[in-house]
Design a binder for this molecule. Structure first.
Ligand SMILES: NC(=O)c1ccc[n+]([C@@H]2O[C@H](COP(=O)([O-])OP(=O)(O)OC[C@H]3O[C@@H](n4cnc5c(N)ncnc54)[C@H](OP(=O)(O)O)[C@@H]3O)[C@@H](O)[C@H]2O)c1
Length: 332
């Protein structure tokens, strides 16, 4: 195995600001602590929270690297004390609380998973952040069951493209909103039963029409703002709404009587600050329930574009344009 160097190239955030503040820097190669593995990266994906971090609005949790990047894939090159789950040389993907935009990253072995057979390391690097987020919010918090109806806003996002595939694979009727005809077509191609162009259609009306007036059982929302009131309207009796972001703002005026009269549950969560142990529970459920689907080709991350690590700024520009459908990946 190639010796591990003392230093590596990583992408730092020079100061809060636009994509141009993302710059290649020389940093020490991190050393794996107890239970951690050191991974020589092949890929690290870009996620919208990285954009927020770059802008100064989403600081890493205590103890996490200040280097952006929440998901990685590559080869195990060193193991910390007690880390025995993966062998040296094994290909893995993993969820990190920071440090992904780099040549090497450490991840706790319980927050890593074997790279799925049949997928490239670029595809594997586009899995953890979105699949962990979708799994915990749709199935753990949202309690989605086969036969129920599910609406995801931002259907063409990294999160949305994953949510459509998993909800469909687990037997739900899937509705997705997106901002163009092309994005709606992509949602349908991934398995959405109804794709709603929110610029020309009212998602509440479509949700009602698609469910014979009952409304949808579960909504995964990243938009917030005026969608909060409209989600209450689109939800079925005893519906659940899970909030994962507020692209249109966290403040809203809503008719809360619907919450009461329909016995709705409105909840939300973030993934990054959760403990290693909490993330390990999600990883174990993914390995049991979702890895077989990935390895059978029944779902896969949709890769929109790849950029070399040094062009992370370009990758952020693309994400902020919202022209992409699916994931944007940095190759190392
Ligand atoms: N809570 C958590 O644990 C967690 C974890 C990961 C990600 N997230 C959040 O989930 C969301 C999706 O993440 P991602 O990485 O999949 O992002 P992404 O691929 O960049 O997708 C965001 C999409 O949202 C749509 N959108 C709707 N309203 C928008 C607005 N006001 N501004 C910009 N885009 C808007 C855009 O498509 P249209 O053309 O359809 O508008 C855009 O493509 C982000 O908000 C992210 O912060 C939350």
């Amino acid at each position: 195995m190639t010796p591990i160097p003392e230093t590596m190239t990583a992408i730092g955030i020079a100061a809060p600001g636009g994509p141009e503040v993302l710059r290649p820097e020389t940093r020490p190669v991190p050393r794996p602590g107890p239970g951690q593995i050191l991974v020589a990266l092949a890929a690290a994906s870009v996620n919208r929270p990285d954009v927020l971090q770059r802008q100064g609005g989403y600081n890493p949790p205590p103890g996490a690297s200040d280097i952006p990047g929440l998901e990685i894939a590559g080869t195990v090159v060193a193991r910390g004390e007690g880390a025995e789950r993966f062998a040296l040389g094994e290909q893995v993907c993993g969820l990190v609380a920071g440090g992904g935009y780099a040549q090497y990253a450490v991840v706790h072995e319980s927050n890593a998973l074997p790279a799925p057979h049949g997928l490239s390391l670029i595809e594997a690097g586009a899995i953890p952040e979105t699949f962990f987020t979708v799994w915990t919010n749709i199935f753990q918090r949202g309690r989605l069951e086969a036969g129920e109806s599910f609406l995801v806003h931002g259907g063409s996002s990294g999160i949305g493209t994953t949510a459509i595939q998993l909800a469909k694979a687990f037997g739900a009727t899937v509705l997705a909103t997106a901002g163009s005809a092309d994005k709606c077509e992509a949602c349908r191609a991934l398995g959405a039963d109804h794709a709603i162009n929110y610029r020309s259609e009212d998602f509440v009306a479509v949700a009602k029409a698609a469910t014979e007036g009952r409304g949808v059982n579960l909504i995964l929302d990243m938009v917030g703002g005026d969608y909060i009131d409209r989600n209450y309207e689109a939800a079925a009796d005893q519906g659940r709404i899970v909030q994962i972001a507020f692209l249109n703002g966290p403040k809203a005026t809503a008719n809360f009587s619907r919450l009461m009269l329909k016995r709705l549950t409105h909840t939300g969560s973030t993934l990054r600050p959760r403990t290693v142990a909490e993330k390990a529970v999600i990883a174990a459920e993914l390995q049991e329930k979702v890895w077989p689907l990935l390895e059978a080709g029944r779902c896969k991350p949709l890769i929109h574009a790849t950029f070399p690590l040094a062009q992370a700024a370009e990758a952020h520009r693309l994400m902020e344009s919202s022209a992409h459908i699916g994931k944007i990946v940095l190759t190392v």
